[in-house]
Every structure is written in C-alpha cells, then in structure tokens.
Design a protein. Structure first.
Length: 575
C-alpha cells in the first residue's frame, strides 16, 4: 500500500516551506480544511459536460455521484472541467479537436496536485481523447462511460440514432413518407440523455475502453438513464482511491495483451469504422505498435456476435444491457481473449468474466450463430489506397463485395450535395461515388462526410446502397458500401487526388483490393500536372493541427506526441 507521504499531491501540500503554506492557504480560501486533503489521495474528475453536449447532459449530476464515491473511500475529489465535444453539433468535426482534448487532459493532470483521475466521457471522440491524454500522463485512472440513451421509438418501431435517420431520410426523399411522419421520427429517435444507442462510435469506443481494462466490469452497457449508472459512477469514485493506494498505473494495464483484447471485442461487436483510427492512436500512446494489418487480420478471424444496429437489424444497446452486456459477449469469445490482462478493478480480465451469462441469444449470438462470419471491419489496399482504407462489410449489401464501375468524382461538399439532389444527374447504381479533399489536412479534421448520400434519382428507383469512396470518415451509426480513411489523403497528393470521373474503379472486399484501372503511365502524367490545394488552416489551433497531424493509418495523432512510445512528460517544478 502506497505511503501517503509519497502521493504526488504531497509535493504541493505536505512540506513546511512557504510554497506549501501558500497552496494550503488558497485551498482554505475555498472553504476546505486540512482534514480534506491531509493524507488523502487527491482525485481529479475530468468532466466533459456542457450545456450543448446532449450525450453528457447528465454529467452535471453524475459528477456529484463520483465525488460521493471518492469521499466514501477516503479521497479528496476535485472536478476539473474539460472541453466538451458534442458529435452532432461541433463543426466541422469533433475529430479536429480530439487531440486538443487529449492535450488538455494530460496538462490538467500534470499541472494540478492530482494523484488519480476519473475520466467522464462517452460521446464519440471524448473517450479516445481522455484515454490518450491520461495514458500519456501516467497517473492511475478509471474511465466512466456516459452510457447509451434509451432506444428510440416511432409508432411502435425501434429507432436507432443516426442509423434510422439515414434510412427514413431516404424514404422521405423517395416520397414514401410524409413531412408529418418525418417529424415523428425526429422526435422519437433520441428520447433521453446519453450517447447513441446503436453500436456507433460512442458504444464502440466504450466497448474498447472496457476491453482495454479501463472501466469497471460491464460499465459501458448500462443505459445512461438507468439507476445502475448512478451506482456505477459512485463505484468509480471509490475504486480510483483504491487504485492510487495500490499504485495501479496505466502502464500495468495498457499492455499488448490489453490492446489485443480491445481489437477482438471491437470486431465481435460490429464496431464503427472509427475504431481503427482511435485504437491505433490509443495503443501508440501506451507504447504498443498497432497497425492496419493487425486489425484486418482480426477482422478475418473474429465473427460479429452483437446483433445491434447498424450491423444488426433491430436491437439497441438497451437490449444489449438486458441480454447481459459486454461481459456476457466477452464470455462467448474467451478463446480469443488474453484473460490474464489486468483491469482497473484490480482483477484480471478472466476474473471479471466469471459468472457472466447471456440472457437473450438473439441479441448476443454465439460464434456458431454469428450475424456475420468475419469481423466488423476490413482493410483494403491497392493503387488507390497504398497505405490502406477501411470498409465495414457487415453493414453493406453483399452484392457489392466485388464491384467494378465508373467513378463519379466530387471535390467539395457543396458540389457533392448539390449533385446528389439533382434528379438529372448522370449516374447509375453501378457508379462509384468519390468524394475527396476531406481527410485530416484537407477538410481539415477528417469530418464524417464519408457516407455520401445516394443520389435522389437512384433513391426513387429503390437503390439503397452503392459503392462510395472517400478520405473522410463516417459516423459509426452509418452503414453501406462506404470505403473510408483512404491514405494518403488527396490533399497531400495521395492517389485519390488523381482519379477522374469516368475512370473504372474495382473493389474486391474478400481479397482486400481496391484499384483504379488506369495505367501507371497515365497516373504519372496526372501526378506531374497535379498542384496542391491552398491550405484551409491559416491560424490558431487549426494551423497547428495541420502542421503536425498524422494520416489515418497512423491514428491521426500529432507526430510530436507519438515520437517516443510510452514516454511520459516531466513533472512540473513547484514554486
């Protein structure tokens, strides 16, 4: 058990020098007394609540539950607000600010008298950002997931946030539902606080965090509005105090085995395509080298057994919780897991899975009854994407697994948007829609523009899927034959920049191939004529982002934060 005299916070409070007296005096200025901090672990609660983050609107109250747990265990809680990233609201994309939140998390923990932390996140980019920053800082931490919202409902039909919106929007464009019905969908799809209740990016990243061993067992499965979420929040507060006393730091948890578990669970849940970028970034912060090929290998071996939208047809995360949650799912794939990996509970992953049961075999399938025989994601390579690109085979029409067609190229979002609503557009269901210039540097920030809307002309003909290629991302709630994260991106001269409308494009998902059927000589000629676009980022954080952002296959982290794997920054001098 760690000696309180060696707590990191003791450097601020414990000495008889004037600097410590000043620190103690300022805390007394806020109404605290010596009994609050003396000999107690100081726990930071990094809270990403804001008035404009619907996924985290309950965090204003949950932070008090965490504090209660910290007090119960004999710790001293301090809430430290951090930037709040609302996925649907922040423009051009929260991905632009993921690294900013990671830096803020790391610096909040470094610059304050903190011994351990509870990280409150859930909305898409907040989970990887918080974990990246806290991992780099190296203090004990527990991740507290926001939890999914309640399942949507319209006229007795379950609605999934994002997924059902796309579906009904196409029906509205096709003239199959009225404006009144559409408004009913709008009102029914998001019925409570909490993040998306489909297996979108938020649920994916929560599942990955738990598989990494960074949450309490089954924490990510609890709906945000369930009273169990309140109890879990208090339990996080109690557990982090114990972790500080045990000196259970992230380097003991975030090992290669933990990353392997996260990859396996991601594939089995039918994860978001965003998982690849965030998993690579988090692993590299922990000093674990993870590549696109590692993820593709897992995608060939691990079946999708979570029957949840968008890979599944009707179930949501609420159903997943009632069926047993993530512990139950992991209990069905133990042959693929590293059960000796340590978790924040102080137990091994295997120990946390003891007694787990599945209560609904349709929601959580067995390996033999999987909804898709391979994993959620596949990585394609070829002359169009030499560094790789990503597709979600479990959520696309099977007829498009092998496809060849002419390219229809767009260089800006307004151009693409205007074209898809033009019912005279020269397009067929065989076309391959390409939208470029939307990568990490090109947009900037790599927005979720990759699920290109199917042209209205085709929607009215009954087309609901076609091949779409982009250097952008797409929402984890999205679906379809969308090929994303093309690397290198077009803005820095990747081959995607050389495609012309009419070029033949061929994809072969089973063999992981993507090619533009253009001769090498012609591509060289086009490359000689290509000129880089004018930079969009000219000042402030955007400019700094553009100077240091890595490509999608490297996790889109800043190069100066991944140079020395696993290296933590020095402690501040205290004067």
């Amino acid at each position: 058990m760690k000696d309180p005299a060696t707590y990191r916070s003791a450097r601020w409070y414990a000495s008889n020098e004037m600097r410590s007296s000043n620190h103690r005096s300022r805390f007394m200025q806020m109404g605290y007394s010596r009994e609050d901090w003396h000999g107690r672990p100081v726990i930071a609660i990094i809270n990403t609540w804001s008035d404009i983050n619907q996924c985290h609107s309950h965090f204003k109250h949950r932070v008090e539950d965490v504090k209660r747990g910290v007090f119960q265990a004999g710790g001293f809680p301090l809430e430290l607000p951090a930037i709040s990233l609302s996925e649907p609201i922040v423009k051009p994309t929260t991905m632009l600010y993921r690294n900013l939140l990671a830096i803020e998390t790391e610096e909040l923990l470094r610059s304050h008298p903190i011994d351990g932390a509870v990280l409150m996140g859930g909305c898409d980019k907040t989970t990887p950002a918080l974990i990246m920053g806290a991992t780099s800082m190296g203090l004990p931490f527990v991740f507290l997931p926001a939890g999914p919202m309640l399942r949507g409902n319209y006229r007795g039909e379950p609605l999934g946030s994002g997924t059902s919106f796309w579906k009904y929007w196409d029906e509205k464009r096709a003239g199959n539902i009225s404006e009144e019905e559409w408004q009913g969908v709008e009102a029914g799809v998001a019925r409570s606080y909490g993040h998306c209740m489909t297996m979108g990016t938020a649920s994916t990243m929560g599942s990955i965090a738990e598989a990494l061993g960074l949450t309490l067992p089954n924490a990510i499965s609890i709906p945000a509005a369930d009273a169990n979420h309140i109890r879990m929040s208090a339990a996080c507060g109690r557990r982090i105090v114990e972790m500080v006393r045990e000196d259970l730091t992230p380097d003991k948890i975030l090992t290669a085995d933990a990353v392997s578990n996260a990859v396996v669970v991601a594939m089995a849940t039918g994860c978001s395509t965003n998982a690849i970028i965030h998993l690579i970034a988090m692993a590299r912060r922990a000093g674990v080298e993870l590549t696109m090929d590692d993820l593709d290998k897992a995608g060939r071996e691990i079946p999708v057994i979570a029957n949840i939208m968008p890979s599944g047809k009707k179930y949501m995360m609420e159903d997943f919780y009632y069926a047993g949650g993530l512990r139950a799912l992991m209990s069905r794939i133990t042959d693929h897991l590293k059960l000796d990996a340590l978790t924040v509970s102080g137990k091994t992953m295997g120990e946390t899975l003891e007694g787990a049961e599945v209560f609904n075999d349709d929601v959580i399938r067995s390996v033999d009854t999987a909804i898709y025989p391979e994993g959620s994601l596949a990585v394609l390579r070829g002359n169009l994407a030499p560094d790789g690109c990503v597709i979600k085979p479990a959520a696309m029409e099977e007829r498009l697994m092998v496809h060849e067609g002419p390219a229809l190229v767009f260089d800006s979002y307004p151009e693409m948007r205007a074209s898809v609503y033009d019912e005279d557009l020269d397009v067929t269901a065989d076309h391959v829609m390409i939208f470029r210039g939307a990568g990490p540097i090109g947009a900037p920030g790599m927005p979720e523009w990759g699920m290109l809307p199917i042209p209205t002309k085709l929607v009215k003909q009954g087309v609901r899927d076609m091949v779409r290629i982009s250097d952008a991302r797409m929402s984890g709630t999205s679906y379809g034959a969308c090929i994303l994260h093309v690397a290198p991106e077009a803005a820095i001269g990747g081959p995607l920049a050389l495609v012309k409308t009419g070029d033949r494009i061929r994809i072969d998902v089973p063999n992981r191939k993507i090619e533009m059927l253009v001769s090498d000589a012609e591509l060289e000629r086009r490359r000689a004529e290509w000129t880089p676009p004018e930079p969009k980022a000219t000042r402030g954080y955007d400019w700094m982002y553009a100077q240091h952002i890595q490509q999608a296959d490297k996790g889109c982290d800043f190069d100066y934060l991944q140079t020395d794997f696993g290296r933590t920054a020095p402690e501040p001098e205290i004067y």
